[in-house]
Design a protein around this ligand. Structure first.
Ligand code: SAM
Length: 511
């Protein structure tokens, strides 16, 4: 996994070039690698299935842009790795991918070469070793020798000497001790300090901090939560499954969503309700933003639209609620293969492939519209271990322009008095507050004029701000069971507050 310029979480100059003196860093590991004799007569390297699988996954992420969480299950299955070995392989790969921003700083401090000058296959193996040394209870000698064997098998004998030298130095200190050395002081560079400490790109730290109002303590809590593996959340689609059914199958009732449950262990696909698409894996905040849209009282309530529906998580829930109310959902996505997935999550909905910015429906046709907009996904970093390094801040302006156009189109699709939910799984202010305020103020660059009659100026402040053509509802009022959703009128979910993805919800009513 390479980190681009913008994604870099720090550099040697940031950490002031502070290097541990030679000889330091060997106490914990001294002599532990003697069995790794050099040169001839060296024992053949042993292949460790869990570590090899973790390493191969990291290489696939780097070389083929693979998604770790999608590839890992099939890789484990193909190799017949199960049980504790599968858990170890997954923990090592995901943990290393998440932590590599920190680990590269430590590697830089232990080597004459900057990480970007190290051959990527070798660098990945060293990162895997550093993760074991600094974040697991694997004994140092086992972590080092297993990594050296891995390097010899996958990269070569020569590079194993470099890896050995680096890892022996790394092993001499704890993670906290290394952070004292490699993270820039918070007083000089608060963003850099958080970026190195919690292994996030600087620009992501800045965006998340701004979204949290600048509070450094809360930003740290969020970044820490991003490094945890999320619990498996389930939704029981109403009228099709019940939470009781999921609880009987081993799940625990969710804290907030009336349709939610958490599965502490096991494969959710093995649950009967999930196999029959009556229930599904779905983040609790995703459930709640969809429910909030359905809870806004409307006199006439027949036609619902999910404008960016693929792969169909929210559409599955909206479809089930609509069926209970005698309403009908149209689920649409610009991409055919994404729209096709919605067939699997819905029963009664009509599903089409359509570009939301060029509506395939007549204006004002719908009572409720869900716009779950394409976004940077900065709120779902827990789910994809490598995602934080892949996101590019240069994509933000392009995304926000699309989000504005889609929101204008969504407001055009809803009838007078109808309601639009604008949702992102990103808390970035540019993608959330600024998009809504921009559209409400009528500042929409490059949008066909007149798509939405009556979208007029007005600043969104406080609860239920009335802004002429569009009324911004206080979204929190439709989620009374959830605390700490922010100052309104939007609802903001956070991993460190709610145990969910960071998700943004604005509810807009056409006048
Ligand atoms: C955040 S995802 C939606 C997730 C979905 N609502 C769910 O809960 O499973 C955004 C979706 O928007 C779609 N999309 C992107 N641009 C679009 C456009 N111009 N019109 C319609 N859909 C679009 C993408 O293909 C993607 O499936």
């Amino acid at each position: 996994m390479t980190r681009g310029q913008d994604g870099r979480s720090g550099s040697r100059s940031q950490s002031g070039g502070r290097r541990p003196s030679q000889g330091q860093g060997q106490s914990r590991n001294q002599g532990q690698n003697r069995s790794q004799g050099q040169g001839r007569g060296r024992p053949r390297p042993r292949r460790d299935e869990a570590r090899t699988a973790a390493y191969d996954l990291m290489r696939a992420v780097d070389e083929r842009d693979a998604y770790a969480n999608l590839l890992m299950p099939s890789l484990l299955r193909q190799r017949g790795i199960a049980g504790r070995d599968a858990a170890l392989a997954t923990e090592l790969a995901y943990g290393t991918l998440r932590g590599l921003g920190t680990y590269d700083e430590v590697i830089a401090a232990c080597s004459d070469r900057a990480p970007e000058d190290v051959d990527p296959p070798l660098l990945d193996a060293i990162r895997l070793g550093v993760h074991q040394l600094l974040r697991t209870r694997i004994p140092a000698h086992a972590a080092v020798s297993a990594t050296i064997d891995l390097v010899r098998l996958r990269v070569g004998d020569g590079p194993s000497r470099f890896a050995n030298a680096v890892l022996r130095k790394v092993a001499g200190r704890t993670l906290d001790e290394w952070l004292e050395i490699v993270a820039p002081p918070a007083s000089d560079d608060p963003v850099g300090n958080l970026a190195v400490t919690y292994s996030h790109p600087r620009w992501v730290v800045s965006a998340l901090r701004d979204a949290l109002g600048g509070d450094p303590g809360e930003t740290a809590a969020l970044l820490e939560a991003d490094n945890e593996r999320p619990r498996v959340a389930l939704v029981a689609r109403p009228g099709r499954a019940t939470v009781d059914e999921l609880v009987e199958a081993g799940a625990e009732r969710a804290a907030y969503s009336p349709y939610g449950a958490y599965l502490p262990e096991g494969d959710p696909g093995s649950l009967r309700a999930v196999g029959e698409a009556r229930a599904a894996v779905q983040d609790e905040a995703s459930q709640l933003v969809a429910l909030a849209l359905t809870r806004v009282p409307l006199e006439h309530d027949r036609a619902w639209l999910d404008m960016c529906a693929g792969p169909g998580g929210k559409a599955g829930l909206l479809d089930a609620v609509a069926a209970q109310r005698g309403a009908r959902l149209l689920a649409s996505d610009a991409q055919y293969h994404r729209a096709r997935l919605v067939w699997g999550t819905t029963r009664d909905a009509a599903v089409v492939t359509a570009d939301g910015t060029e509506p395939a429906w007549r204006p004002g046709a719908f009572d409720r519209v869900m716009l779950d907009a394409p976004c940077t996904g900065l709120g779902a970093l827990r789910r994809r271990p490598e995602a934080r390094w892949r996101r590019d801040p240069r994509s933000v302006p392009e995304l926000t322009a699309l989000q504005r156009r889609l929101l204008v189109s969504a407001l055009g699709a809803v009838r007078s008095g109808g309601v639009v939910a604008y949702v992102t799984c990103s808390p970035h202010l540019a993608e959330t507050r600024d998009v809504v305020e921009g559209v409400v103020e009528g500042v929409v660059e490059g949008v066909v004029e007149g798509v939405v009659e009556g979208v007029v100026e007005g600043l969104v402040e406080g609860a239920a701000a009335d802004v002429g053509g569009v009324e911004v509802l206080d979204a929190r009022e439709f989620l009374p069971e959830v605390p700490d959703l922010g100052d309104g009128p939007y609802a903001r979910f956070w991993p460190h507050r709610h145990g969910t993805d960071a998700m943004f919800l604005a509810l807009l009513r056409r006048r």
